[in-house]
Design a binder for this molecule. Structure first.
Ligand SMILES: Nc1ncnc2c1ncn2[C@@H]1O[C@H](COP(=O)(O)OP(=O)(O)OP(=O)(O)O)[C@@H](O)[C@H]1O
Length: 622
């Protein structure tokens, strides 16, 4: 079985008419397979005797923990110790100079489940480029453009919202965590971090909606790690193989769980807080061994977690923090039953006795409604950029008939090559609809001299991880993927996202294009649109307008033609806005109805105070 593009190229018969045919391949068929290294003969579009069907768009806090909130029973001791967020002083374990020392797995030695005294904690930063300790002081996280965040619109609703912070220094996260923030080269908090971290440290439940690539991972990891460091130790586990994590982070895909585990390990390095990952497709025995060595934060996919719960190897009895990343995906039809089982039907403390945080870049109202079952007196936070969440991403939509897609793709890739935009510094992610389509396109690209690999649900986990590594390293700078790669993956240098097949759901489009333009960087997204995508036209048009993108005339016409009857997930969530808006503010919600959007500038929900700075907008996404 072929496991990589290289194998594919090596085993392919160079004369094979692998470009089996669609008419579009006629142009491409004239492209000789590149085996042997020669660049394929390329037939430019103007010689292909056909008209472009596109109209060518131009390229183009002063308060402590809120009294209104109900900090869970486990909440930190009184603020007497100095944390403005109500926790006592954080024990700095494992930091240089403190007991345990650097690399010694210092810290909460007495806690079963924490780092064992005999065990050396592997340095999670050791693979990061060639950065030395000295470099950490001099660098910022690669090129993040904080100026772009200056006037970011923010909306909060809920009672007694803790005010935001401007710097990490304003928050008492403790020396060990601060040291890791420095190692990550985070100089300032991103907007979602500025708001979400104080809210979570204040003990409040949170539903947070913030643009892709804006730093949501740290926004939920920092308060969890800090809270565990402040709080009482977990239970001792005598004579039982069951482990009792204190925090659970649930994610929809295996790759994302691996990524969040790696991130969380960096943030928790030398804090004495141990992070373990459990996900499907990988041998369970290794994961069981990892768990047995102790776990405070369990990062998991739902299926594997249910397996561990059924085997009684994990108990959720002592969960203090529950975080759902990509929460709208976790609560849609695919995952909801499993999530309800984990959260409501096992032994997890009920809402109000644990702290729950839900994060995503998109939050359809119907999902917010479901999600509210898991939350207690929560704060809704929407953080967006002026104009929209994605104006750092230049979006183009091309009208491309189904049969011409490969040919168009070839144009784009040759264009990139000709302008020197390729290789490790400019990765290209191509989304397709089906697993078979992914394999077929990957094969065709390889045959035509474009090193590609693929990731989808029919590949083994080993193949998926290999593909991702190969893509990240630039060895195969094109990744053909299904929606399994649409959410959360943080891959530096993705310069171009191509929607070869558009998704049916506009929120999926938002997440897909969000694989580029991350952390303040710019990116490019191209979509191939044709009649089969008509139902998406209106939502796509609205999204592009909100993101200050040029909408081609033909798309606007499609949009008008299909504005009747377009419903459900094809429409922008929350009405004509990007991202999300607290469904509790929907004027019809209180009447038990659904549908209408809350008008601008209207009344507010409950005793909503929100952030009263001048940059408050009625919506984060207008
Ligand atoms: N304060 C910060 N300073 C600099 N870089 C940061 C900061 N916070 C996060 N980052 C970086 O920004 C990138 C995106 O962060 P992250 O993956 O958490 O985004 P996200 O909001 O979860 O995105 P998505 O919605 O796609 O899941 C990461 O590479 C992360 O290391």
């Amino acid at each position: 079985m072929r496991t990589s593009w290289a194998d594919a190229v090596a085993t392919a018969d160079s004369s094979a008419a692998a470009t089996s045919a669609s008419p579009s391949n006629v142009a491409a068929v004239s492209v000789a397979p590149s085996r042997g290294g020669g660049r394929a003969a390329y037939v430019p579009p103007h010689l292909r005797n056909r008209q472009s069907s596109s109209e060518s768009p131009a390229p183009s806090p002063a308060a402590g923990p809120s009294g209104a909130g109900q900090p869970p029973a486990f909440a930190a001791p009184s603020p007497a110790g100095g944390s403005r967020w109500g926790g006592g002083p954080i024990r700095d374990v494992g930091r240089p100079g403190s007991a345990g020392g650097r690399g010694g797995g210092g810290g909460r030695h007495s806690r079963i489940g924490g780092w064992d005294r005999r065990e050396r904690e592997a340095n999670p930063f050791s693979n990061d480029d060639d950065t030395t300790e000295a470099d950490f002081d001099s660098q910022e996280n690669s090129g993040i453009n904080f100026d772009a965040y200056e006037d970011i619109p923010v909306e909060t609703s809920g009672e007694n919202v803790p005010p935001p912070v401007n710097t990490f220094a304003e928050i008492d996260l403790g020396d060990a965590l601060n040291e890791n923030i420095r190692r990550c080269k985070y100089v300032k908090p991103t907007p979602v971090q500025r708001h979400a971290i104080p809210i979570s440290l204040g003990g409040r439940d949170l539903m947070a909606c913030a643009q892709t690539g804006s730093g949501k991972t740290a926004a939920f990891c920092f308060p969890i790690i800090s809270g565990i460091m402040r709080g009482p130790s977990g239970p001792r586990q005598r004579g039982s193989r069951t482990v009792y994590p204190l925090a659970l982070i649930l994610l929809p895909t295996r790759e994302l769980s691996v990524q969040i585990h790696e991130e969380a390990r960096k943030f928790a390095y030398q804090t004495g807080v141990r992070v373990v990952v459990a996900y499907g497709g990988a041998p369970i025995n290794q994961q069981l061994r990892d768990l047995e060595r102790g776990v405070e934060i369990l990062v998991a996919t739902p299926g594997r977690l249910v397996d561990l719960l059924e085997r009684a190897r994990v108990s959720l009895q002592h969960i203090r923090y529950l975080a759902l990343d990509e929460a709208d995906r976790m609560l849609d039809m695919g995952f909801e039953p499993q999530i309800r089982r984990i959260v409501e039907q096992m032994d997890m403390p009920p809402r109000g006795q644990r702290q729950t945080m839900l994060f995503s870049a998109t939050f359809p109202k119907e999902i917010q409604r479901l999600a509210s079952d898991f939350l207690n007196n929560y704060i809704f936070l929407a953080v967006g950029r002026v104009g929209s969440s994605t104006d750092l991403i230049v979006q183009r939509v091309e009208f491309v008939p189904e049969s011409d897609k490969r040919s168009y793709l070839m144009d784009l890739l040759h264009g990139q090559r000709d302008t020197g935009v390729h290789g490790k510094q400019a990765l290209t992610l191509v989304f397709v609809e089906t697993k078979r389509g992914a394999d077929s396109l990957e094969h065709w690209l390889c045959m035509n001299g474009f090193p590609a690999t693929t990731i989808h649900g029919d590949r083994t986990q080993q193949e998926r991880e290999h593909a991702l590594r190969s893509f990240k390293s630039g060895a195969t700078p094109i990744l053909v993927a299904t929606d399994v790669a649409a959410r959360g993956l943080d891959i530096p240098n993705v310069a171009h996202v191509i929607n070869f097949d558009l998704p049916n759901d506009i929120d999926d489009y938002v997440h897909r294009i969000g694989r580029t333009g991350r952390a303040g960087k710019t990116g490019r997204a191209t979509a191939f649109f044709n009649e089969s995508n008509s139902s998406l036209a209106r939502a796509l048009t609205e999204l592009m307008q909100e993101s200050n993108q040029e909408v081609p005339d033909w798309l606007a016409r499609f949009s008008t033609a299909h504005s009747y009857g377009g419903s459900g997930r094809h429409r922008r969530t929350g009405g004509a806005r990007f991202g999300g808006r607290d469904f509790r503010r929907d004027s019809t919600f209180s009447r038990g109805g659904g549908g209408g959007d809350y008008g601008y500038g209207g009344g507010s929900y409950g005793a909503s105070s929100g952030y009263s700075g001048s940059s408050v907008a009625t919506s984060a996404w207008d």
